[in-house]
Design a protein around this ligand. Structure first.
Ligand code: SF4
Length: 467
C-alpha cells in the first residue's frame, strides 16, 4: 500500500436506519457515515426506499463530497442503508462502490457490507458456471446472485441459506421490501452495533455513528445473528448453530475511532492499556514519551502513565492535507510524510524519546519519521509499537500487503531498528496484548500468529498466495 501513513487498509463502514415515522433518511444517514469516514475514504453511497422502490446513489469521493446535496433535499422514508468504502489498489472504484442493489425474482434488495467473504473465488466460479453474469469484483454482488438463484419462496429462508454458504467476515445491513436486516457473521470479525432514539433504530459499524445521531447504544449484533426490523416490530434470528467469536483485535489497535465502544470495549481505554503493557515490557529509560499522531495517541498516554515519564507532543500532524497527498509517488514519499507530520524541535532537541505508534507494516514511513526526528535534534529514538509483529496476511477484510512486503516477516526488531535508523524497536508481545482485552479467546490474532479461525482453501487465496 502506498498510503502515506503506511497503515493497513480497511474495507468499509456501514449504517442502517429504520424509523417508525417517515424521516429524511438520506440526511439521517449522512451524519453517521461522516462519523465512519475513517473506515473508508474512496467511495460512499446510500440506498433508501421511496414510493415503493429502493433508490441508490453512490459515487467516488468522501461523504462530504458525494452526499452533501442530500442535506438540502427532503426524502421522507422509513428505511435506508449507507456505506463508506476503502478500495484496494487497481480495483475499479465506482463499480465496487456500495450499497449494491438488484431487482431480481425476490424483489428489490440492497446490501451494504463490511468484511471479506473468504470463499468468494469458489462461489464466483460456481456462479459463472451456472451462467451468472458478474459485473464487479465485489463480494456483495456474489451474495445477491446467490439469493437470486435460491429457489425458496420465503425471503428469510433465502437469506439464511445464502448466509450459510458464506465464509469469512461479514457485518452487513440489507433492505428487502420494507424490512431492514442487520447481519453479523458467525465469528463476529467486524463490529456491528445497534442503537435507538425514539422510534428510530440505527445499526452501525461503530458507536461513534450512533453518538452523532444521539441514539443510545442498545447492544452489539451477536455473531451468527440476523436482526430484522419493519412495521411489525423487531425480531432476532440466530441463523448459525455454532457461532464462535473471533473479533478482529486490529479494530481495537488501530481501525476504530478512539471514542467508539466496540466488542464491549472502549477503544481509547483499550489502547491506553496496550501502552501500559508495552511499557511493562520496556527496559529503556528515555527523557520523554511522544506519540506518532493520531494513531499512537492513546497508547502513548498509557505508556507515559506507566513509566511516569512526561508525555510530549514530539510530532505535530497537519490535518488539512486532504487526499492530494495520500498516495504520493515513491519519489515524493518523504515530502508527503513531511507535509503531514512535523517534529516540534523545542521538544525533541537533545532528548531521548520513546516514540509510540500502533503498528509497523513495511517500515518505509517509520524510516522517514525517524529521519525527521533526528534532523530535529533528537538524541535517541526508541520506537515502541502497540501491535505485535505483523507476519501474515488477513483474509477477513483488512488489506495487509504480501508477506514479502511485511518488514517483520524478514527482519528481527533489532534489524528493523538498523533498517529504519532507530536506536531500538520493540513490539508488544501477543501475551501482553491478550491481557488488554476481556476474554482474549474471543479475538482473532491471525495476522500476528498465523492461527486462522476460518481456514481458506487454496483456490480462494488472493494472488495465488500460499498458506
Ligand atoms: S488477521 Fe489480523 S487484521 Fe485480520 S481479522 Fe484477524 S486480527 Fe484482524
Amino acid at each position: 500500500m502506498d498510503n502515506i501513513n503506511e497503515k493497513l487498509g480497511h474495507y468499509c463502514g456501514v449504517v442502517g436506519i429504520y424509523s417508525e415515522d417517515k424521516i429524511n433518511i438520506p440526511e439521517s444517514l449522512f451524519y453517521p457515515l461522516f462519523s465512519l469516514q475513517h473506515r473508508g475514504q474512496e467511495c460512499c453511497g446510500i440506498s433508501y426506499r421511496r414510493h415503493g422502490h429502493i433508490i441508490t446513489y453512490k459515487d467516488v469521493g468522501m461523504v462530504s463530497q458525494v452526499l452533501t446535496h442530500y442535506l438540502q433535499e427532503d426524502h421522507p422514508s422509513h428505511i435506508g442503508i449507507g456505506h463508506v468504502r476503502y478500495s484496494t489498489q487497481g480495483s475499479n472504484k465506482l463499480e465496487n462502490a456500495q450499497p449494491v442493489m438488484a431487482a431480481c425474482n425476490k424483489g428489490e434488495i440492497s446490501i451494504a457490507h463490511n468484511g471479506n467473504i473468504s470463499n468468494s473465488n469458489s462461489l464466483r466460479a460456481e456462479l459463472l458456471k451456472q451462467g451468472s453474469i458478474i459485473q464487479s469484483t465485489s463480494d456483495t454482488e456474489i451474495i445477491l446472485h446467490l439469493m437470486s438463484l435460491n429457489q425458496s419462496e420465503n425471503f428469510e429462508d433465502v437469506l439464511i441459506q445464502t448466509l450459510k454458504k458464506l465464509e469469512g467476515a461479514f457485518s452487513m445491513v440489507l433492505i428487502h421490501n420494507q424490512t431492514l436486516y442487520a447481519i453479523r457473521d458467525p465469528h463476529g470479525f467486524r463490529p456491528l452495533v445497534m442503537g435507538k432514539k425514539g422510534g428510530m433504530t440505527v445499526f452501525a459499524s461503530e458507536t461513534c455513528a450512533l453518538d452523532i445521531l444521539q441514539a443510545e447504544f442498545v447492544r452489539e449484533i451477536k455473531a451468527g445473528e440476523i436482526v430484522a426490523i419493519n412495521e411489525e416490530g423487531e425480531r432476532s434470528i440466530q441463523y448459525h448453530d455454532n457461532p464462535t467469536l473471533h473479533q478482529c483485535i486490529f479494530e481495537l489497535i488501530y481501525f476504530a475511532r478512539p471514542d467508539s465502544e466496540i466488542f464491549n470495549h472502549s477503544v481509547h481505554l483499550t489502547r491506553k492499556k496496550m501502552g501500559q503493557y508495552l511499557a511493562m515490557e520496556d527496559r529503556v529509560e528515555t527523557d520523554i514519551v511522544a506519540p506518532v499522531p493520531d494513531s499512537g495517541n492513546s497508547a502513548a498516554l498509557g505508556f507515559a502513565e506507566a513509566t511516569e515519564r512526561s508525555l510530549e507532543m514530539g510530532l505535530t500532524r497537519n490535518h488539512y492535507t486532504g487526499r492530494t497527498f495520500i498516495q504520493p509517488r515513491k519519489s515524493q514519499r518523504e515530502f508527503g510524510v513531511r507535509i503531514k507530520l512535523h517534529p516540534v524541535k523545542a521538544v525533541t532537541s537533545g532528548r531521548s524519546i520513546s516514540l509510540i505508534d500502533d503498528s509497523l507494516v513495511r517500515g518505509t514511513t517509520s524510516k522517514i519519521i525517524v529521519k525527521l526526528m533526528r534532523e530535529s535534534g533528537a538524541k535517541e529514538i526508541h520506537l515502541r509499537l502497540s501491535a505485535p509483529e505483523i507476519k501474515y496476511p488477513c483474509y477477513y477484510g483488512i488489506d495487509i500487503p504480501t508477506r514479502e512486503e511485511l518488514i517483520s516477516n524478514h527482519l528481527t526488531p533489532d534489524e528493523i531498528a538498523r533498517e529504519i535508523g532507530a536506536d531500538s524497536v520493540h513490539f508488544i508481545s501477543i501475551e501482553s496484548l491478550r491481557k488488554c482485552v476481556d476474554n482474549p479467546d474471543n479475538f482473532c490474532f491471525a495476522c500476528f500468529n498465523g492461527d486462522y479461525p476460518v481456514k481458506v482453501k487454496e483456490e480462494d487465496l488472493p494472488n495465488g498466495e500460499k498458506t
